[in-house]
Design a binder for this molecule. Structure first.
Ligand SMILES: [Zn+2]
Length: 225
């Protein structure tokens, strides 16, 4: 009897989620893909993982959340290449110099821009970030001093060197990280929020090799320094 009730409840629950006119908001519906501008819920990170593992879904989501051009996958060898390759030109209202990367990286950037970078900029400066400065994503190489391939080899990482605000203010990791002003505070807060969307975030606090950029990669065990 208990099992029967459980089956009935599961059926009704599933019908509620799948019904085209379901009253359940998209952000709470596990059958609805992620939308970058949706408010965050406990299932957001699950939806993000779903989207980043499906390049076609990822591209559709990004077309509503930034400026991208889908490209053919880059096939190089077992170590290097880009699955779900795109050219990224903006996330939300922030532009980037055109960047060849994976859609998964682009989507994580879009989540960070929407839910981290812009809210922090508005809070501290009362204005938005206009340009996100990067120093690349795809790079077929080993991690310096090791035999292991870098996550840049599959465009699963991006390096961010600074931000330009709408009013023209320039914020750079190399110059502004060690200050005690709003720029330094901004860099620390956006670093902290990047960890919500990337698996690993390494910056000036991690080591000297990262004095001038944040290394943000899709995979990892949550290192956030
Ligand atoms: Zn890097």
């Amino acid at each position: 009897m208990a099992l029967f009730l459980l089956v009935v409840l599961a059926f009704l629950g599933s019908a509620l989620l799948r019904h085209p006119d379901t009253p359940l908001p998209q952000r709470w519906n596990v059958f609805e893909p992620l939308a970058v501008s949706d408010p965050i819920t406990p299932i957001t990170s699950w939806k993000l993982d779903w989207a980043t593992s499906d390049p076609q879904m990822c591209v559709e989501i990004m077309q509503a959340a930034g400026r991208i051009s889908a490209m053919d996958d880059l096939v190089v060898d077992d170590n290097c290449g880009i699955e779900g390759r795109v050219t990224l030109r903006s996330v939300g209202t922030a532009a980037l110099d055109p960047l060849e990367t994976s859609c998964a990286t682009a989507l994580r950037m879009a989540m960070w821009e929407e839910h981290g970078i812009q809210p922090v900029a508005r809070d501290l400066f009362g204005t938005d970030v206009k340009i996100i400065r990067h120093i690349g994503s795809y790079n077929c190489r080993r991690i310096a001093g090791t035999d292991r391939m870098s996550t840049h080899s599959t465009a699963d990482a991006i390096d961010i060197s600074g931000f330009d605000l709408v009013d023209g203010t320039r914020i750079r990791l190399l110059k502004d990280w060690n200050g005690d002003d709003a720029k330094a505070q901004f860099l620390r807060e956006v670093r902290d929020t990047s960890c919500d969307w990337f698996g690993t975030s390494l910056g000036p606090d991690y080591n000297r090799a990262h004095a001038d950029h944040f290394h943000l990669q899709n995979r990892g065990w949550g290192t956030c320094r």
